[in-house]
Design a protein around this ligand. Structure first.
Ligand SMILES: [Zn+2]
Length: 92
């Protein structure tokens, strides 16, 4: 398997119920400065009960286009307007 991330495939990441249960596109990705946690979110605002834990491998299988962000450094986030748009990366 050619896994694009430096983190192990079973690394826990955060996503949301919209992506998992409603098949919404991933439009916001962040890589946390302090703990290195990846978040893959739909771009809406969220209540805490809408968060879901997924493995990095699981989110990659769900949407292989996240491979474009595999080298996103800690402390950065990326947004896109829709699933066909380019990622816009900024430092948090
Ligand atoms: Zn969501």
């Amino acid at each position: 398997m050619n896994f694009p991330f430096d983190d192990a495939p079973n690394t826990a990441a955060i996503t949301c119920c919209h992506i998992m249960n409603q098949n919404m596109p991933i439009l916001h990705v962040s890589h946390d400065e302090e703990d290195g946690m990846w978040q893959f979110l739909c771009g809406r605002s969220h209540d805490t009960n809408e968060g879901r834990i997924i493995s990095l491998h699981g989110i990659y299988v769900h949407d292989p286009s996240v491979a474009q962000l595999a080298d996103l450094p800690c402390g950065y986030s990326a947004d896109r307007q829709d699933i066909t748009a380019a990622w816009n990366i900024q430092k948090d």
